[in-house]
Design a protein around this ligand. Structure first.
Ligand code: HAH
Length: 335
């Protein structure tokens, strides 16, 4: 089927790169879709600390290497994800040999060594990195997330990570990446963080807007305002993890109702309308948006099946469980 449809990537070549998150399995199972429709790949998990560096002095590069080699063979760009985060990081990073909290100097050395080792290995293959992921708070009770990084090293850990990354891979573009990035309060915190880093001369080149959106939320105007606000900093913008849950945020529940919807024609049309509207806005801002990456390829392999509700099937992507183009695909390519 897919052979007869246009290439999403080709359609968007005048606008921005189109990417997808992949995993060790989907590189094979979704290969045809990937090669035909996408310019860029990101490791969904394989470059996260717990996967690539599960223990002190033990790196596991095999899966990340395979992804990079796939991209090289197919002439694809790689977005690196992610170096410093509060999730999917071994607890041992913050502990000493006796299982007690490690000294700040030890944690700092581990951070430096991790960033330098991973960046150095891929400096010729990975064009940009999400250096720090999700470091600001969600609710209105502070600024930076009280992560173990912050507790051990204070706010400085963020600047430090960017400085080391730049030193080791001066050609790589370095991003700060976050979710709920369009919410007015949180987007101000992200703006403030990045503005502060730029003021201190920290080598940061862009903001990653994750784009884990829903059918009815965020409103287009809210997305537009966030894009324009971030762009006013003069940094590059990437949409880094786009997917649109078919579960809405009606009544402010965050789409967390447990009930599973049937994916019928009505829902397919609503998703198509939403994707059409989103891409029309993104095309309008193509002067500041350089890349749009989907968090997955097709609906048979999506983290949304387990987030925010475990075991609730979702249909957030442009290709269906059989890898055929959905109505939403057509609303993104036909304009
Ligand atoms: C993203 N977080 C992460 O950046 C990505 O690495 C992961 O695979 C999926 C989503 C989004 C997120 C979260 O981790 C926790 C609460 C809300 C949103």
């Amino acid at each position: 089927m897919y052979r007869n449809i246009p290439s999403l990537g080709e359609r968007y070549r005048p606008y921005f790169r189109i990417g997808a998150a992949v995993n060790a399995k989907s590189l094979h199972t979704h290969r045809d879709l990937l090669v035909k429709h996408f310019h860029s790949v990101t490791a969904e998990n394989e470059m996260k600390w717990e996967e690539i560096h599960p223990e002190d002095r033990r790196y596991e590069f095999a899966k990340a290497d395979a992804l990079v080699e796939f991209a090289r063979n197919c002439g694809m760009y790689v977005r690196g994800h992610t170096l410093v985060w509060h999730n999917q990081t071994p607890a041992s990073v913050f502990l000493d040999d006796l299982g007690q909290p490690a000294a700040a100097s030890v944690i700092e050395r581990r951070l430096e060594e991790h960033v330098a080792t991973v960046l150095d290995r891929y400096k010729n293959d990975i064009g940009c990195w999400d250096v720090v992921n999700e470091a600001v708070v969600d609710n209105d009770t502070g600024f930076l997330r009280e992560s173990r990084w912050l507790q051990a090293l204070g706010d400085e850990y963020i600047a430090k990570a960017f400085r080391i990354a730049h030193q080791v891979a001066p050609g790589a573009l370095l991003f700060y990446n976050d979710y709920n990035e369009t919410k007015p309060d949180k987007s101000e915190r992200i703006y403030k963080l990045v503005a502060g880093l730029l003021d201190q001369g920290v080598p940061i080149h862009g903001i990653g807007m994750q784009g884990h959106w829903m059918l009815d939320d965020p409103a287009l105007g809210e997305i537009e305002r966030a894009i324009d606000r971030y762009a006013s900093l003069g940094v590059r913008l990437h949409i880094t993890e786009l997917d649109v849950s078919v579960y809405g945020n009606v009544h402010g529940t965050g789409g967390q109702s447990k009930a599973m919807l049937p994916y019928d024609d009505v829902l397919a049309r609503r998703l198509a309308k939403r994707y059409g509207d989103l891409f029309s806005l993104l095309r309008d801002r193509a002067d500041v948006i350089e890349s749009v990456t989907f968090w997955g390829i097709a609906d048979d392999d999506t983290w949304r099946d387990n987030f925010p509700v475990r075991g609730r099937k979702d249909w957030p992507l442009l290709f269906d469980v059989n890898h055929d183009a959905k109505l939403a695909f057509w609303s993104v390519v036909e304009f």
